[in-house]
Structures are given as structure tokens and as C-alpha cells.
Design a binder for this molecule. Structure first.
Ligand SMILES: O=c1ccn([C@H]2C[C@H](O)[C@@H](CO)O2)c(=O)[nH]1
Ligand SMILES: [Zn+2]
Length: 155
């Protein structure tokens, strides 16, 4: 079983594959930019999400927030890693709103895998498949979160 400090290679691969699967359900008729996200939970579940756009453009929800809202609204709040993939070869990085949203539920040291669209089919032979390995703390340094309000992380 993976922990936040050590994601097993098999879980990492499952998570990345989950983000690629999630992207298939992107509802992105306005931007035509498809994004998939997947969360790995402490008990090994994969929660997927895609971007869902709206004719009122500001009503759009990103893939990362879709995945988090799906999980949290089902009572799932313990995450150990996140993967994100889009249509582009340079890894798609969560937008500012999503970074703050992730900050609400995830530890700063949580791994975030930014996956290129051409991630290898097999995972063999190509070093790490071009994935950019980062963390929430790297994406959102000096951040504001529940602790600043002196509220403990909610169970
Ligand atoms: O990290 C990102 C960046 C963008 N989008 C979505 C929002 C919108 O639907 C489309 C273009 O911005 O991509 C995401 O889902 N996640
Ligand atoms: Zn976003």
C-alpha cells in the first residue's frame, strides 16, 4: 500500500492510467482542451475527474476539482497522490484555483504527477515516460490554508 512519502511503482502507474482514462470523459466543447485527473487514496482507490465546461464559461470546473469534489462529497478525504494529463506534450499544470483547492485537502509534500499526452503506451523503455514529478508545496509555495485559521485538518 502506498503512503504519501512512498508511492509504489504499480500504484503510480495505475494512477497515471486513471488520469488518461478520466480524460476521455472531458466535456470541453468550448475550449476543445481535454484534461483528466486522478487521485490515489490511502486505501488504494483511484478517483477520476475530467474538466466539465459550461456555455457560461466561468461555470467551468477543471479536472482536478472534479476529482476532488467527487471524492470529498462521498466522504473520501485521504489522498496520497494526484496525476493530471491533457492534450499537450508539455505537462499540464493545475491552474491557480485548483492549486488552492488541492491545498484544502492535501499535504504540501503530496506527489503530483504531470503527465504528457504522449505518455508511453507500455511504460517500458522510456525513462519515466516524460512525467514531471512535483508536489503541492512546489506548485503553491508560501501558501495559505486551514492551518492559518488555526483549524486542524477535518476528519
Ligand atoms: O489544469 C487544468 C487546466 C485547464 N483545465 C481545463 C479548464 C478548461 O475546461 C480547459 C481550458 O482551460 O482546460 C483543467 O481542467 N485543468
Ligand atoms: Zn483548475
Amino acid at each position: 500500500m502506498s503512503s504519501i512519502n512512498e508511492i509504489s511503482p504499480a500504484d503510480r502507474e495505475r494512477l497515471i492510467r486513471g488520469s488518461i482514462e478520466a480524460k476521455k470523459f472531458a466535456y470541453s466543447r468550448y475550449s476543445n482542451f481535454h484534461v483528466g485527473a486522478a487521485l490515489l487514496t490511502t486505501d488504494g482507490q483511484i478517483i477520476r475527474g475530467a474538466n466539465v465546461e459550461n456555455a457560461s464559461y466561468g461555470g467551468t470546473i477543471c479536472a482536478e476539482r472534479t476529482a476532488l469534489v467527487k471524492a470529498v462529497s462521498e466522504g473520501i478525504k485521504d489522498f496520497v497522490a494526484l496525476a493530471v494529463v491533457s492534450d499537450i506534450a508539455s505537462p499540464c499544470s493545475p491552474c491557480g484555483i485548483c492549486r488552492q483547492f488541492i491545498r484544502e485537502f492535501c499535504a504540501l509534500e503530496m506527489p503530483i504527477y504531470l503527465v504528457p499526452v504522449d505518455y508511453p503506451q507500455t511504460g517500458d523503455g522510456v525513462k519515466d515516460g516524460g512525467v514531471l514529478n512535483t508536489t503541492l508545496g512546489e506548485l503553491l509555495p508560501h501558501s495559505f490554508g486551514p492551518e492559518q485559521l488555526e483549524l486542524p485538518r477535518q476528519e
